[in-house]
Design a protein around this ligand. Structure first.
Ligand code: ZN
Length: 395
């Protein structure tokens, strides 16, 4: 069967059940991603996830179902088993919203091949997504509202391959005594929790009543890129930009024609220097918040490894949603992949450079009925400022 992309149905596949009720599945909106194979009845909706450009990755989904109020929906995602991270579906519950503001989890199962979402919507229109979306409109609001703050300067670094603005927020004074601290997020656009975390972090950093933020700004200048990959965001990608490039595999030798996003940020980093860098992500499989450091960068001084341990310990104290027991296995010294942002920054600047991973599912140690969520990501963003305060003076 040939099926058009973007969730549109061929004319011969018009959905209707019963005939007078227009059951319809679509994803023709920003960040939308689904292909509809069948929706002849609520109990037999068949879907698949569209690849990112480049055909290497798929996992992010985001679609709406209309005309299904008080109907028992059974939606099969047929290609879940061939996704980028099949283990991500184990123990996973899909996110659902009727108002596109509040997202809850709905019953979801995975048999090693297909993901099945079963839900009875209470309204005529319901949305489903891999995680609570963070829209480009919300991103533009975050940039504009931050830029209006007296402590903030906006730097437009340049344009993405599709012509969108790549924006940097510079926060605090710039002088020789201030330590340049970089925080970037959403190199992988489907990891929307990364920008939710940035939102909480910025809210606290710009609160002039908060003593932690005031102290940080007395010793540091912040350079924050809330969304490294707006093109991928618009397209509903998991990992790649509009040209099919995984930005977090380009840092050692970025080609400005293929990944201007990395080229421009890296260029600005070289002009500011870097003492601290946090690259915020989401991990599909592991039900934990954790930090992956630049263990494999052989040139990194012991003092930086020690600072990383202190940062992680301080983050544990600040948030029970963070832990240090589980994560990626450490990379042996000398074997770091310098195409990854965290490693390149550590190698180039000798900086405390870390990748912060959040779960798509939940944290095992501190679970919540809604799973990992925007609110919890925002709180973890705030807690990262406590952790930074514990180490910033020694960087
Ligand atoms: Zn990622």
């Amino acid at each position: 069967m040939t099926v058009r992309s973007f969730g549109q149905l061929a004319p011969s596949l018009q959905c209707s059940y019963p005939p007078e009720v227009s059951l319809f599945v679509s994803s023709e909106f920003e960040s939308g991603n689904i292909v509809v194979h069948a929706c002849a009845a609520p109990s037999s909706i068949e879907l698949s996830i569209r690849h990112d450009v480049g055909d290497e990755h798929l996992q992010w989904f985001y679609f709406r179902v209309s005309g299904a109020r008080e109907q028992d929906l059974r939606m099969r995602v047929r290609n879940a088993g061939t996704s980028s991270y099949p283990r991500g579906w184990e123990g996973y519950q899909a996110c659902s919203s009727v108002d596109r503001k509040h997202w809850t989890r709905v019953p979801t199962t995975y048999d090693g091949s297909e993901l099945v979402i079963e839900h009875r919507p209470a309204a005529d229109l319901v949305y489903y997504a891999y995680f609570a979306p963070y829209s480009l409109e919300r991103h533009y609001d975050l940039i504009a509202q931050s830029a209006a703050h007296p402590l903030v300067a906006l730097e437009r670094l340049g344009a993405t391959p599709e012509g969108r603005d790549l924006d940097l927020l510079r926060i605090g004074e710039v002088n020789q005594t201030k330590k340049p601290c970089w925080i970037i997020a959403r190199q992988h656009p489907g990891e929307t929790m990364a920008e939710w975390l940035i939102e909480g972090l910025l809210e606290r950093l710009l609160d002039t009543n908060d003593p932690v933020s005031r102290r940080l700004l007395s010793v540091a200048t912040f350079y924050v890129v809330p969304n490294m990959n707006p093109d991928g965001t618009a397209r509903g990608h998991l990992r790649c930009n509009a040209l099919g490039v995984n930005l977090n595999r380009q840092w050692n030798e970025p080609d400005p024609s293929l990944c201007p996003e990395v080229f421009l940020v890296r260029q600005r980093m070289q002009s500011t220097g870097v003492k601290f860098a946090l690259d915020v992500h989401g991990d599909e499989a592991l039900p934990y918040n954790f930090i992956a450091g630049a263990d494999g960068v052989a040139s990194l001084p012991d003092a930086v490894h020690a600072a990383r341990r202190r940062y992680k310990d301080a983050l544990c104290r600040a948030s029970p949603d963070f832990q240090v027991e589980h994560g990626y296995p450490p990379v042996p010294p000398g074997q770091a992949n310098l195409q990854i942002a965290t490693n390149w920054i550590a190698e180039r600047f000798g900086a405390l450079s870390m990748t912060l991973e959040q779960p798509f599912k939940d944290t095992v140690d501190c679970p919540h009925p809604d799973g990992w969520s925007p609110d919890r990501a925002r709180l973890l963003g705030r807690a990262n400022l406590d952790a930074l305060l514990a180490v910033v003076e020694e960087l």
